[in-house]
Design a binder for this molecule. Structure first.
Ligand code: NAI
Length: 258
């Protein structure tokens, strides 16, 4: 039977590669993005998220086989928190009933190797408490004091912690819904294009995100990992952050962290 799979960020990069892969496999993909998607919605606002949920429910007739959230932003500011964290967690939560109605529902989210770096614990805490106003206010304060580097790690660390909490909370594992993340290193998409084009930044990234296994990844590589984690074959893996990072996490964290 055709699976209905919602993919956020489907207009570009990893989400686009994933939508193409799943479509080629015969899934009915419901792309969600700001534009150029089946459901055009802004995941940075509660109203936009409600529109996204409504659009997805309409297209899957209330039964969603998988949800994969790839939408994200890399420019420091409140959007980084609103899209990367709340644009995922609120959407996943709102679509849980439609997932629970499916035969073998699956959820995948996209974190980052950056989630292992030092974030701002106050922003992470505000995210985890579900207080978007506080989290975004703290993000703006960080930008104002010239300390925006912690924002992206904060958004992705909060997402990973939310995933660990949620996957075994009532309504998820006990309802047969695996919830996993992939955490890429550097992926060659429009998001990273400027960084990768700059030799000085490539030098910085050699230290910050060392990728001894095959270097920078193509979006298709990350898409394949997401496709497997959200396929019916994945019946028992949940709450995992799978690093698709060419060895960066193993290099940076060493053998004692696993
Ligand atoms: P991308 O920029 O190519 O695609 C992101 C997509 O998200 C775009 O289509 C964009 O329109 C959509 N989006 C942004 N804001 C939105 C909003 N408010 N509402 C709806 N859609 C919105 O980026 P890429 O590289 O494909 O990133 C996908 C995910 O992978 C992101 O979560 C990113 O943080 C993560 N990631 C990317 C890495 C990289 O090196 N490219 C590394 C690690 C993680």
């Amino acid at each position: 039977m055709t699976r209905h799979v919602a993919v956020t960020g489907a207009a570009s990069g990893i989400g686009h590669a994933l939508a193409a892969l799943l479509t080629a496999r015969g899934d009915e993909v419901i792309g969600v993005d700001l534009a150029d998607a089946e459901v055009c919605a802004d995941l940075s606002t509660p109203d936009g998220r409600a529109n996204a949920v409504g659009g997805v429910l309409e297209r899957c007739d209330g039964v969603l086989d998988a949800l994969i959230t790839c939408a994200g932003v890399a420019a420091p500011g409140r959007l980084m928190i609103s899209v990367n964290y709340f644009g995922t967690t609120e959407l996943v939560t709102a679509l849980r009933p439609a997932l629970a109605a499916a035969d073998r529902p699956r959820v995948g989210v996209v974190g980052s190797i950056s989630g292992t770096q030092q974030g701002d614990p106050r922003i992470v805490a505000a995210c985890l408490s579900g207080d978007e106003s506080l989290a975004t206010a703290r993000a703006e304060e960080a930008v104002a004091r010239g300390d925006a580097r912690q924002l992206y790690p904060s958004s992705k660390a909060a997402l990973a912690q939310w995933l660990r909490r949620t996957c075994v909370s009532p309504g998820w594992a006990d309802a047969g819904i695996p919830l996993n993340a992939v955490a890429p290193g550097v992926v060659l998409t429009p998001m990273s294009a400027e960084l990768v084009a700059d030799e000085r930044m490539r030098e910085v990234m050699r230290e910050a995100v060392p990728m001894p296994l095959n270097g920078y990844a193509d979006p298709e590589t990350v898409a394949h990992a997401l496709a497997w984690l959200t396929a019916p074959e994945n019946s028992h893996i949940t709450g995992q952050v799978v690093y698709v990072d060419g060895g960066a996490e193993a290099t940076l964290r060493g053998p004692e962290q696993f």
